[in-house]
Design a protein around this ligand. Sequence first.
Ligand SMILES: Nc1ncnc2c1ncn2[C@@H]1O[C@H](COP(=O)(O)OP(=O)(O)OP(=O)(O)O)[C@@H](O)[C@H]1O
Ligand SMILES: [Mg+2]
Length: 213
Amino acid sequence: MDAATDPTGAVATGIVATGLRRSFGRVEAVRDVSLRARAGAVTGLVGPNGSGKTTLFLMLASLLTPDAGTIRIGDVDPIEQPHAARALLGWMPDSLGTWGALSARETLIVTGRLHDLPKDAARARADELLELVELTSLATAPARVLSRGQKQRLGLARALVHDPRVLLLDEPASGLDPAARVELRHLLRRFAAEGRTVLVSSHVLAELEEVID
Ligand SMILES: Nc1ncnc2c1ncn2[C@@H]1O[C@H](COP(=O)(O)OP(=O)(O)OP(=O)(O)O)[C@@H](O)[C@H]1O
Ligand SMILES: [Mg+2]
């Protein structure tokens, strides 16, 4: 897309999708959706349960193939270049699947290693992110025993491990208490101010009104 530079001097990486469709059997989960999310802004996607938000995010994240339509993350096509797309984007799922007995910290370290961070860098990054999402005191707890809101925060941290330019956050506020919601809003504004593209979904318009551009 545009070759403008963001406040950090990096080339701006936005999302452009056109004419996306995806059905599951007879259910048309996503029907001809086009959207644009620009770098340096928080873009909101609002719709009721079952309206296709998660299906759309999965396609943008290179995790599900559209039946029709095109997607560009910057100049990367996630359908043709899933590896390049996954390097660019951080995806926070609507609910975090946890890995066996891995602790919160180990979950982040393994994610960092999967993104090719050296061991020491992955450890340092994990600690930094645990601090950011206020899970340091639970660093060694198995991720599967975390509460719903704590899992949400770990999911956000996991999406950030490789310092992605583009964030796809599927219902990030769901399960968070009021204080954590305020903190999340600050974080989203900060990510946008850093020049990242932030696409965030919710089924509650009011939840996004204060944070989206
Ligand atoms: N893997 C699948 N197999 C069959 N149907 C599916 C599948 N994934 C989604 N669907 C259907 O597609 C529609 C859209 O679902 P999706 O999860 O994308 O909605 P959503 O907007 O994210 O909902 P929510 O607000 O509840 O998270 C629903 O009717 C759902 O049942
Ligand atoms: Mg969903």
